[in-house]
Design a protein. Structure first.
Length: 472
C-alpha cells in the first residue's frame, strides 16, 4: 500500500509517503528562497516522497529569525522557481505550509491570543487567504495551514486559550478563528486546490487538549472542507525552558519531546493520536485522509499502519532528513541501503540553539545530505574489524577498526542482541567515530554486538565479528 497512488482532491500522489514541514534555518531573515533552500528541497523531491510540505512560511511581516515568507508578492518569483525545481526533480506533489505567529521577546515575554483585538483577528484570516492565493500563483499543488504547536491558530484551539469572548472558552468558540481561516482560504483558492491542516493530536501539557478534544477538532475541520489532516503533538510555550537572553523555544520541555520523540521513546510513539482521530472521522462519515507522524521509520511499520487503517498517509521527517532517498530506495527493495535515523535529535538541538538544522549522521560540517549512486561497499582493513568489548561502570564499551571506502565511510550501524535473540539495529554513529557506549543494559542479561560500516550511497560492509558480554 505504501507505494500505491493516493488521490487528494484534484491531485494524485505517486505514493503515500509525506515529508512533513521541518524547520531548516537555511533562509535569511529577509524571507527569500536561497540556494541552500533550493538544494534541501531538491533532494527531498529527487528522493521520491509522494507529498513534500515545505517548511512554515509567514503569512505576515512580523519580525522573526530565518524564516521563509509568503506575506507579500515580492516573494512569488523565488517561490515559483522553487516549486518548478521540485516538480522537475521528482514525481511528488509539493505544498507550502503557511503560518501566523505572535510576538516574542528575549526577555521571555510573549504575546498571547487574549492580547489580540477583533481587528487583529480579522487580519489573521485575511493574511492566510492572501498567502494561500500566492502559493497557487507560485505553481504549488495546494497549501497546508499551520495550526500546530506554539503558534497562533493552535493557541486559539488550545484548552488553555484564556479569551472570554466568542474566540475562547468553549470548543466551539476556540474553533471559530481556525474555521474562519479555512473559509477565507477556500474562498480565495477555490474548491479544486488541496487544502491541508497540520494540527495537534495532543498538546502534551498540563490541562492541555487530548485526543478526546482533538478528534472533535478534526471532525470540525473535515466538515469545513479540509482535504487532509496531518497530526502532530506538543511543542508548546507553556512548558518551554527560558534561557536568559534568548527567546522562548517551544520544544525544550516535555511537550517538545513528544513533538519529536527521541531514541528513548518507542517507535510510533504518537500513533494512537492519528488512530483515534481517523476513527472519529470515519464514524461520522468523513473520509478526510489522515497523516500519521512520530517516529515511524521502517517500511514494515508504515505498511502495517496503512493496512490496519490507523492512517491514510505516512509522515516521516527525521528519517527523510537522514536519507532523502528513503522512498526511492525502499520502493526499489533496497531498505538495506537506507541511512537510518538514530533519533539522537541533534537536528532538534540545533534548531533549539538557533543553528542551521543538519543531521547528526551527515559528514561533519555538511549542510545537506550526501548524494551518491556508488555501488562499492566499504571494506574492513586487512587486519579485520577488530571489534572489542569491555564492560565497566555499568556500561558496555565497543571499539572497532575504521573501515575504508572508495568515496568515504559515512557511518556505522551498531546491532545488539539480547541473550539468544535476534540482532536488532541499536543505533548509528558518524563515520569519524569508531566507538560506542551502551548505557542501556540491564543486569543479569547477556548481550551480543556486531557492527556494519556504510558509505554515502548506503552500501553496507560485511558484518563484523560478534562480541558478547554479560552484565552482573
Amino acid at each position: 500500500m505504501l507505494f500505491t497512488p493516493f488521490k487528494i482532491n484534484s491531485i494524485t500522489l505517486p505514493n503515500r509517503l509525506v515529508v512533513p514541514a521541518m524547520v531548516t534555518r537555511l533562509s535569511g531573515e529577509d524571507g527569500f528562497v536561497n540556494d541552500a533552500i533550493r538544494e534541501r528541497y531538491r533532494r527531498f523531491a529527487k528522493g521520491g516522497a509522494g507529498l513534500i510540505v515545505i517548511e512554515a512560511m509567514a503569512v505576515h511581516q512580523a519580525k522573526s529569525g530565518p524564516l521563509l515568507r509568503l506575506g507579500d508578492d515580492q516573494f512569488i518569483p523565488g517561490q515559483r522557481d522553487l516549486a518548478k525545481l521540485m516538480h522537475d526533480s521528482g514525481p511528488g506533489k509539493v505544498v507550502p505550509q503557511i503560518i501566523h505567529f505572535l510576538k516574542i521577546a528575549r526577555s521571555g515575554w510573549r504575546q498571547k491570543v487574549d492580547d489580540l483585538s477583533l481587528d487583529d483577528i480579522r487580519e489573521i484570516a485575511r493574511a492566510y487567504a492572501a498567502a494561500a492565493a500566492r502559493a497557487i500563483k507560485c505553481g504549488y499543488d495546494g497549501v497546508e495551514l499551520h495550526m500546530a504547536h506554539a503558534y497562533t491558530l493552535s493557541s486559539f484551539l488550545s484548552r488553555l486559550n484564556p479569551r472570554r469572548d466568542d474566540y475562547g472558552g468553549s470548543l466551539e468558540n476556540r474553533l471559530r478563528l481556525p474555521l474562519e481561516v479555512v473559509a477565507a482560504v477556500r474562498a480565495e483558492i477555490g474548491r479544486e486546490f488541496p487544502l491541508g491542516v497540520r494540527f495537534l493530536g495532543e498538546e502534551c501539557i498540563k490541562g492541555g487538549a487530548t485526543v478526546e478534544d482533538t478528534r472533535l477538532i478534526a471532525l470540525a475541520l473535515a466538515k469545513a472542507g479540509v482535504d487532509y489532516l496531518s497530526v502532530s503533538a506538543g511543542g508548546k510555550f507553556e512548558d518551554a525552558v527560558h534561557r536568559p537572553g534568548e527567546p522562548l523555544y517551544p520544544y525544550t520541555g516535555y511537550s517538545g519531546d513528544r513533538c519529536m520523540p527521541g531514541a528513548s521513546y518507542p517507535d510510533g510513539a504518537n500513533l494512537y493520536m492519528s488512530t483515534a482521530i481517523r476513527a472519529c472521522l470515519r464514524e461520522h462519515g468523513q473520509q478526510t485522509p489522515v497523516v500519521a507522524t512520530g517516529k515511524i521509520n521502517t517500511p514494515q511499520m508504515a505498511e502495517d499502519i496503512l493496512k490496519r487503517g490507523d492512517a491514510d498517509l505516512i509522515g516521516m521527517a527525521r528519517p527523510l532528513l537522514a536519507d532523502p532517498d528513503w522512498p526511492r530506495k525502499v520502493q526499489a527493495g533496497q531498505f538495506d541501503k537506507v541511512i537510518r535515523c538514530c533519533y539522537a535529535n541533534v537536528c532538534k538541538a540545533r534548531d533549539e540553539h538557533f543553528q542551521t538544522v543538519a543531521c547528526f549522521l551527515w559528514p561533519k560540517g555538511a549542510s545537506q545530505a550526501p548524494e551518491s549512486d556508488d555501488l562499492q561497499p566499504p571494506q574492513w582493513p586487512a587486519s579485520g574489524d577488530g571489534l572489542k568489548i569491555e564492560h565497566k561502570n555499568g556500561r558496555i564499551y565497543l571499539r572497532w577498526n575504521a573501515a575504508s571506502d572508495n568515496e568515504g565511510v559515512y557511518g556505522y550501524d551498531v546491532f545488539r542482541a539480547e541473550g539468544a535473540g535476534e540482532f536488532m539495529r541499536l543505533t548509528a554513529v558518524p563515520g569519524g567515530l569508531t566507538t560506542f557506549i551502551d548505557g542501556g543494559c540491564a543486569p543479569g542479561v547477556g548481550y551480543r554486538y556486531q557492527v556494519k560500516a556504510y558509505d554515502f550511497a548506503g552500501n553496507r560492509s560485511a558484518a563484523s565479528q560478534v562480541v558478547a558480554a554479560g552484565t552482573a
